[in-house]
Ligand binder design. Structure first.
Ligand code: SF4
Ligand code: SF4
Length: 223
């Protein structure tokens, strides 16, 4: 019921028995007027209050405030692979995140062969266009290789540009690379990966749905 309605309670006879019922009557204009005026005054008072005390305004002036934007800690906008100061990631290509993803938004492509008993990651493909940002992949990763960031300005005109390659290099994870003391050898083990080269079936058995694009959808991912 709203304040513009009136309820009449009465009893009717149904099947020979008295039954309590409520009948709703809309109010006429004259009866509505006090409530309408009260609402108007309340709204004007709020507006005037914000006009006189602008520091109380909660609306943020985006994009002017881009530099000072603050997000709640748990806000999630983009899946990112963590890279340390030396550019190493921790992904062992175990595919647990891929299995945890409820809608096939992740495809972990491994390189053939094993290196010191560890899988080598080739490409870590993430589809932002279907991602729910549910965080299940981050939680499933036993190596803490993924995280969610606040990077939310991701609008594009072509949804194919929402397919990202998250790893900066193909090769073994940080643990294996750190054990190699020779920097030159270490660099040889890391093939640069900067862009997604589709098309690629993101679920087993599905035909490729993504055409190759000229523009790279890949952006720098921060550690
Ligand atoms: S956040 Fe959820 S939907 Fe998105 S890739 Fe991770 S598991 Fe899949
Ligand atoms: S991100 Fe984590 S869970 Fe996913 S393949 Fe890499 S190591 Fe495994």
């Amino acid at each position: 019921m709203t304040e513009f309605q009136q309820i009449e309670r009465k009893q009717i006879t149904f099947g020979g028995k008295p039954v309590p019922v409520a009948v709703v009557h809309p109010l006429d204009r004259a009866s509505k007027a006090p409530s309408v005026l009260k609402g108007l005054v309340r709204g004007m008072r709020l507006t005037l209050g914000y006009f006189l005390r602008p520091w109380k305004v909660v609306t943020r002036q985006y994009p002017e405030n881009r530099q000072t934007l603050r997000f709640p800690q748990r806000y999630r906008a983009m899946l990112t692979m963590i890279h340390d100061s030396q550019g190493f990631h921790r992904c062992t290509a175990c595919k647990l995140c891929e299995k945890a993803c409820p809608n096939g938004s992740i495809r972990v492509i491994t390189q053939k062969g094993l290196l010191e008993g560890v899988n080598k990651l080739d490409q870590y493909i993430w589809r932002m266009d279907s991602c729910l940002l549910c965080n299940a992949c981050v939680q499933a990763c036993p190596f803490g290789a993924l995280k969610m960031t606040h990077s939310f300005e991701n609008a594009v005109y072509d949804r194919r540009l929402l397919v990202y390659n998250l790893n900066r290099y193909a090769g073994p994870p940080a643990k294996v690379l750190a054990a190699e003391p020779d920097t030159a050898k270490r660099r040889q083990m890391m093939e640069p990966r900067g862009r997604f080269d589709g098309p690629l079936p993101l679920n087993e058995g599905l035909k490729p749905v993504l055409a190759k694009t000229q523009e790279s959808p890949v952006r720098e991912t921060s550690a």
